[in-house]
Design a protein around this ligand. Sequence first.
Ligand code: C2O
Length: 349
Amino acid sequence: TPVQAPVLDRCGKATDLNSGKDIDINCCPPFSDRIVDYRVPPVFQMKMRPSAHRVSPEYIFKYNMAIDRMKRLPKDDPRNFFQQANIHCAYCNGAYKLQEGQLEGPDPTEVLQVHNSWLFFPFHRWYLYFYERILGKLIDDPTFALPFWNWDNPKGMTIPPMFLDEKSALYDKKRSKNSTPSAVVDLGLTGEKDPLQLVTNNLTIMYNEMIRGNQDVYGFMGKEYRQGDAPDPGPGSVERGSHTAIHWWVGEPDKNGEDMGNFYTAGRDPLFYCHHVNVDRMWTLWQYFIPSNKVPDKRITNFDFLDASFLFYDENAQLVRVRVKDCLDNLGMGYDFERIDLPWLDYRP
Ligand code: C2O
């Protein structure tokens, strides 16, 4: 059976997976019993997601305004900034129970977990999709597209400057000491300090994750995960590697990883979404742009994958049920990515 969309009134206590303790905030979404099966609307104009290091001052202004408005929405509006962050907590910290009467105990096989499996890319794609539409609606710009943190390219291997401006809605104070204009990301979490060596390591890591390391489609996407399976069957290469490294590299180790380095707080840092747009881009690049000699079939055709579903609130605060099969093609969903070179493509170690 495919993973079913969660039942909202079976959302209960969440667990901090770093410390094993209960989380003291309620990360369940506002309740609604009217669920609509979502249909991706026809695309009239493609949204172009830009590289976050290359955007114009006008873009930064708009993005900042949109996030600011999102923060000012009423607290119980499902589109509110903190409600959006809680989506990650609910789906990742065991708040959704599969059985009735499980609202308290974190029995690990009885909860929904979207990480470390083949649900990782589709879940986060849908999450970003609605987040982007909400922001677009708040500034009345249906073409608004989220930026990607281009950490796979030497020109993007620092935190994009717009997120470091303390006066901006894009700023978050819970970040590690790597949160400076010049620190180069460490995708291998090696502790290396020399920037040139870091760039070389990072490109080698990207080559391995995108090209060399995957024997089959599951090596990239993550292992099979069905309704009622024990969580965490195994992540794909990008999820395990560069993706997780960025979370830890940005989060504050002395504060239990908050914000970026812990599932339940990651979405409170606006940088989270920018990071995940690049993760989403990696999926698109892998599907359509890189040589397929090693993994000739890059699709998962199993029904238990295609028919897995999630719930989100859309830009009109309507609760919708979405399916994995409707998110496999980013162009069909109405967005594309700015074209940037892929210097790791030939970076054989
Ligand atoms: Cu839901 Cu980057 O993790």
